[in-house]
Design a protein. Structure first.
Length: 250
């Protein structure tokens, strides 16, 4: 495969990845996963008017800590991009973008579901990756321990990958390293990638809480401890910790 003239550091498209990076636990693990595998990794974040906008600051904290604590990854970590999707957030209102209670809706989905969010993210990410010469799109979507969002399912992403490649005449690969993992296994994957150093980085620097709570630092990280995101994160951490804090088997 030829190298794109826009491909950073001379890496081919197959060796270069764009991580959809929110600054949360899952995308932070995905960033480490990509840095272990690819010669060049860039990140993209999306400002869609989310109430927990603190995650936009957490993104930079995680990136800086990755460079400082893992020098073997520093040369691989390239540019960060932030895309303004506030117009989309206003259309696809949910408890993440408006002052609405977090609860189950009549559809059987939590009110935190933003319709089509991952699909929109991937379209914008692919357009950016096309210009940057990046062939892999890496996301933290998961259908094991998740909130039931239909755009997190692998069959949805397979369909999206086909649509992107047909519509852009490219050969993007959407990679989802957490797709079949429980939250406990996601913590174990972090341990296997960067040891307790990476686990500590994710606990302290990443942000998951839908309420944007950065107050008390729990064993599993900052958060309100009550929203669905905090509950999943805490439950996974406690299960992993109780099982002996093992790394994920190779």
């Amino acid at each position: 495969m030829s190298t794109s003239p826009n491909s950073p550091a001379g890496a081919s498209r197959a060796e270069a990845a764009l991580v959809l990076f929110s600054g949360g636990q899952d995308s932070s693990v995905c960033l480490a996963w990509a840095l272990e595998r690819y010669a060049r990794v860039e990140t993209v974040g999306f400002d869609y008017g989310q109430r927990h906008v603190i995650e936009m600051q957490a993104r930079q904290s995680v990136r800086a800590a990755m460079i400082e604590r893992f020098p073997q990854w520093a040369d691989r970590l390239g540019e960060d991009h932030v895309l303004d999707l506030t117009g989309f957030g206003a259309v696809a209102q949910s408890a993440l973008t408006a002052d609405v209670a977090i609860e189950m809706t009549e559809r059987g989905l939590p009110s935190t579901f933003v319709p089509g969010r991952n699909l929109v993210f991937l379209i914008y990410a692919a357009a950016l990756a096309d210009r940057r010469g990046l062939g892999k799109l890496v996301g933290g979507m998961c259908e094991t321990d998740f909130s039931g969002y239909p755009d997190c399912r692998r069959d949805t992403l397979d369909a999206m990958q086909s649509a992107l490649n047909l519509g852009m005449d490219r050969d993007f690969v959407i990679e989802t390293p957490l797709m079949k993992l429980t939250k406990a296994e996601t913590w174990a994957l972090a341990k296997s990638l960067g040891g307790e150093e990476l686990v500590d980085l994710i606990v302290v620097e990443s942000h998951t809480c839908y309420q944007g709570d950065r107050g008390e630092l729990h064993a599993w990280g900052h958060g309100c401890g009550e929203c669905p995101a905090c509950e999943l994160r805490q439950k996974g951490y406690e299960e992993w910790d109780a099982a002996g804090r093992e790394a994920l088997p190779a």
